[in-house]
Design a protein around this ligand. Structure first.
Ligand SMILES: [Mg+2]
Length: 318
């Protein structure tokens, strides 16, 4: 398996998790297994979602990835503009915190901080859910640049440093997985890079013996969301099992499964994403002229993100 296969796995896997979990959002634990008792889940749709329809998680990940490619790097005002244009087009699903920050009228470099000052609670999982594309893009730049970029992208919508640090850890785990190494083994090194003010809480949620039942918040918060995704990866043996475990937790199922799919896709590669899901998987992009991406478009996006640095170093023509 090549690093490109793994990169495609991360992006496609995140979208698949999002679409698998969407119909079960805000449901109770165990509902997924009741629906699919033999353990073979389908992109079944429901709750306002068409079969295979990806939600805000993947929509924002695509917008972020396209900005990185079209701007030739991290252009934070451009990312914020794309997010805002999308939010203003009334997407079916948008996180409350993300909506308040994007549509509050404040400029890109102040909006999230001002929201955090007023609300004090700003550690939602919304910066984790869109991380597959940026994690793939920055992986080639190494750990420090990857984690720094993750923090800056998270800070566009999330004023709480806990969200920045969790997003940085997720990016780093994906980077390690793309190298073909075990992201779970890399957790201690990743935690060592976390801001000391946030390290203990992250170490708890990412510990080998942590279970989603140990969560002290709803899994729409950043800690149990990433903790549950890591737990799902750790306690299963395949991409599909990891996603089923994530969705079966209930709660913010699309996002927990999108984050799980990011990690499990990077570990198991693109071929592990069930082929039967791909014909229906699709990503509408509200605010962008009725565009709808299909699985092949996500593959192309992932490949372009994974090879962007090589392209820059050796252009096809002078
Ligand atoms: Mg969603």
């Amino acid at each position: 398996m090549t690093d490109i296969d793994r990169a495609v796995g991360a992006v496609l896997g995140s979208a698949a998790g999002d679409a698998l979990g969407a119909p079960f959002e805000f449901g109770l634990p165990g509902v997924f297994r009741e629906r699919f008792p033999d353990g073979v889940g389908e992109l079944c749709g429901g709750g306002g979602w068409d079969p295979g329809e990806a939600t805000d998680d993947t929509q924002m990940a695509v917008l972020l990835g396209e900005s990185l490619l079209e701007r030739g790097g991290l252009d934070l005002p451009d990312v914020f503009d794309r997010f805002r244009r999308w939010a203003a087009a009334d997407p079916k699903d948008i996180g409350l915190q993300t909506e308040q920050v994007l549509l509050g009228g404040d400029p890109w470099d102040l909006a999230a901080a001002r929201h955090f000052q007023v609300n004090t609670h700003a550690a939602g999982n919304g910066s984790l859910m869109r991380a597959a594309t940026s994690a793939v893009y920055f992986a080639a730049r190494g750990r420090t640049e990857t984690m720094d970029a993750a923090r800056r992208i998270a800070a566009l919508t999330h004023g709480d440093g806990a969200a920045w640090e969790g997003t940085a850890v997720l990016h780093e785990l994906v980077r390690v997985a793309l190298l073909g190494e075990d992201p779970l083994a890399a957790l201690p090194a990743a935690l060592a890079e976390v801001d000391p003010a946030h390290r203990d809480r992250w170490a708890t949620a990412l510990a080998p013996d942590w279970h989603p039942d140990d969560a002290t918040e709803f899994n729409g918060a950043v800690w149990p969301c990433l903790g549950s995704a890591v737990w799902a990866l750790r306690t299963t043996r395949s991409f599909e099992e990891a996603l089923a475990a994530a969705v079966d937790l209930g709660g913010d199922t699309d996002t927990v499964a999108a984050v799980t799919g990011t990690l499990a896709g990077a570990v198991y590669g693109s071929a592990a994403v069930p082929a039967r899901w791909l014909p229906v998987l699709h990503v509408p992009l509200p605010g962008f002229g009725g565009r709808v991406l299909r699985a092949d478009d996500l593959r192309d996006l992932a490949r372009a993100l994974a090879t962007a640095d090589q392209e820059r170093r050796s252009p096809a023509w002078p």
